[in-house]
Write a protein that binds this ligand. Structure first.
Ligand code: AMP
Ligand code: ZN
Length: 151
């Protein structure tokens, strides 16, 4: 989709809104997150307006991951404090998406950085193998694989 005037990330791409850029190529742009969870937290966005994961094609989605991997390596090799990296993508409001121009977060991590992922109470209870198999089958059907792959 072309740039959307009301989208903050499109405004960054068009130069209307300032950003601290790290990287740009024909498909994606990367800049620093304005409210970093950890120092060095950056974003990678498509150069076209794509509101959700479903709007990305395979080449674009794959390229976002390639660049995320390169930027994660850059973080690890830089002077920024980092003992690890999280890649994070929120797709939809229920997943925490607040800017509806799809983006991949690259977040440096180190012991004591204060960033925590909160697990639900159900995390303590392991589902049965049967239940996991049923869910795997459900997803295979949704992918139209019809049992062609090992599970
Ligand atoms: P999400 O909750 O996954 O949709 O993440 C949106 C991210 O965009 C948040 O981490 C915000 O801090 C970040 N953000 C929002 N506006 C800007 C901006 N103008 N420049 C840089 N990052 C931004
Ligand atoms: Zn946009």
């Amino acid at each position: 989709m072309p740039l959307q005037p009301s989208c903050i990330f499109c405004q960054i791409l068009s130069g209307e809104v300032e950003a601290s850029f790290i990287y740009r190529d024909e498909l994606v742009t990367s800049f620093m997150d304005i409210r970093p969870l950890v120092r060095g937290h950056l974003l990678i966005i498509p150069n076209d307006h794509c509101s959700s994961l479903a709007d990305l094609n395979d080449a674009l989605g794959g390229h976002m991951f390639i660049i995320a991997r390169r930027l994660a390596q850059a973080i690890r090799q830089s002077k920024l404090r980092s003992e690890g990296v999280n890649l994070f993508l929120a797709d939809g409001p229920a997943a925490g998406q607040t800017v509806f121009h799809s983006h991949l977060h690259v977040i440096p991590r180190f012991a004591g950085d204060g960033f925590k992922i909160h697990f639900p109470a159900s995390y303590g209870t392991r589902p049965s193998r049967n239940e996991l198999n049923e869910i795997a089958e459900l997803l295979q059907k949704a992918m139209h694989l019809n049992g062609k792959f090992y599970r």
